[in-house]
Design a protein around this ligand. Structure first.
Ligand code: ARE
Ligand code: CA
Length: 476
């Protein structure tokens, strides 16, 4: 559904409830639209609230429907980005901004039709023995005044506190991930505290959540928390690997596809490996399309070699194009900052807060080298924003007109779109048979013209490591 239509339907639903004299059951929350396969999200990794707020006009115009915010709650202080994954309270206050800035971001983004999703850390608190949080909360590893006491944390059954056997689900879920104090979510008082945090965020207008380290929380316990939020709330669980199975988590929400990240890295890491990838049988073997968020990279895989990243800009660009081009999953793009030290977070000034982020000049895959700390702004790369429109234009239409010539490969999406890639070193000029109506189209990648002849054929000139994409909505 397109955005204005979605708004209209939501307004109509509210109006008809009023006519019937019904009100939504308590507790009622601000409007949220569950994510669909047509929608496109973006992880604004480590962007401050104020900067996301300022960027939301662009995001909305580019067609992004939702943006994922890094963990916003109070955490241990520190310049490392990963400090944010060590909560010490659920106050919204960190180097990313204050609660007032957070609320303002949610409101402004909503006015641009961009929903805010929040990365929530429910599995654990900190790994530090004691200290004072960013907002002044004093804590020790297993004592958080007003929240948790020692017996609210799991006792690892092996006697060693950390997870050692990564094939043992009980250990994965009841022992400490990376030495982080592991919350005992089998206790209702613990779940109540976590649900209160989720409800607070939802009441601020947040539409849904990325559940950090979800595989380390038993699915039935997470589900009990999910069930306490309204049904429009989106949940996307981070469940990596074989055990526990992802299916336990998509039974009540979504999962991120780490298989997709790997597949993108495999396909786009060398020349000419794209051939055969428009294969519906392959897609059918993956987690169900309507339960799956597809992504090229996230903040972890960007650092551990598991994904194509901005450091291989042409590959990252085309992997993002491909993710938006195929009939599979609910795509989430990725945007962040350049780094040469895996731990280094974005710069914060003397106030402790991050100053306003600005994109590098001439953002895009041809930018060249970055200084550490510069904002790469992959979400603004023209091929990526162009393909958001393609993604929405082609809907769920099937693969057609698969074409291959050397290291170049293309496929249609029924009569609604066609995309071709060249992942070879040499330029390719070719005539490709499509099912598109004759006419002149604007290439979603370069902005140039592409002509489709009466017989559906189109001539393309594909430079090395570029793509061309047309769709019915780009017809002139
Ligand atoms: C930091 C230090 C540690 C220290 C710890 C406690 O780096 O040395 O022990 O603090 O003091 C992030 C960082 C961590 C950081 C942590 C807390 O990545 O380095 O630890 O924040 O500050 C598994 C989990 C998965 C998890 C990854 C990293 O299953 O959930 O490991 N990902 C999420 C986030 C991370 C975050 C956390 C969880 C913690 O996305 O950014 O950590 O909140 C196989 C397994 C996977 C495993 C994966 C690891 O594939 O199947 O289960 O993922 O390997 O690559
Ligand atoms: Ca756990």
């Amino acid at each position: 559904m397109n955005k204005p239509l979605r708004r209209l339907v939501a307004a109509f639903a509210t109006a008809s409830l009023a006519v019937l004299g019904l009100s939504a059951c308590a507790p009622s929350y601000p409007e949220a639209t569950p994510i669909t396969n047509d929608m496109v999200g973006v992880q604004m990794n480590m962007w401050s609230f104020a900067s996301i707020e300022a960027e939301c006009e662009f995001l909305g115009q580019a067609g992004y429907d939702w943006a994922l915010v890094s963990p916003p709650q109070e955490s241990i202080p520190g310049g490392e980005w990963w400090s944010h994954y060590q909560p010490v309270s659920y106050k919204i206050d960190s180097s990313l901004g204050t609660e007032a800035q957070f609320k303002s971001m949610v409101k402004t983004c909503k006015s641009h039709d961009v929903q805010i999703m929040v990365d929530v850390v429910l599995n654990h608190m900190t790994g530090q023995m004691n200290g004072k949080g960013f907002a002044g909360t004093e804590f020790s590893k297993y004592e958080f005044a007003g929240l948790y006491a020692t017996d609210d944390f799991n006792q690892c059954p092996t006697g060693v506190s950390q997870i050692e056997d990564w094939s043992n689900v009980e250990e994965i879920q009841k022992c400490e991930l990376l030495g982080l104090a592991d919350l005992n979510t089998s206790k209702s008082n613990v779940r109540d505290k976590l649900v209160a945090y989720l409800r607070d965020l939802r009441n601020m207008g947040v539409a849904g959540f990325r559940v950090d380290a979800a595989k380390h929380i038993p699915a039935n316990e997470l589900k009990q928390m999910v069930d306490q939020l309204d049904g429009n709330t989106t949940f996307i669980s981070e469940v990596i690997g074989e055990m526990p199975p992802q299916s336990e988590y998509y039974a009540f929400g979504h999962v991120f596809s780490f298989d997709w990240i790997t597949q993108m890295r495999n396909i786009f890491s060398s020349n000419g490996l794209l051939g055969g990838s428009a294969d519906q049988n392959y897609f059918d073997m993956l987690s169900p399309s309507d339960k799956t968020v597809t992504l090229v990279s996230n903040h972890d895989t960007e650092r551990n070699g598991g994904a194509v990243t901005y450091m291989f800009p042409k590959a990252f660009n085309l992997a993002s194009v491909f993710t938006l081009a195929v009939p599979y999953g609910k795509p989430m793009m990725y945007s962040s900052y350049a780094f040469n030290d895996n731990d280094q977070g974005p710069f914060a000034d003397f106030t402790g807060y991050q100053p306003k982020e600005t994109c590098v000049a001439n953002y895009g895959p041809d930018h060249g080298a970055y200084e550490p700390g510069e904002w790469v702004c992959q979400h603004r790369w023209p091929a990526i924003t162009g393909m958001i429109a393609f993604h929405k234009a082609v809907g769920d239409s099937k693969f057609t007109n698969i074409w291959q010539e050397g290291d170049a490969y293309g496929f249609g999406r029924g009569k609604l779109g066609y995309v071709a890639f060249n992942t070879g070193d040499t330029d390719v000029a070719a005539t490709i048979k499509t099912s598109m109506p004759a006419g002149t189209y604007t290439d979603r990648i370069s902005g140039g013209d592409v002509v489709v002849a009466a017989d559906g054929s189109m001539q393309v000139a594909l430079a090395s490591w570029t793509a061309v994409a047309i769709d019915v909505k780009s017809k002139k």
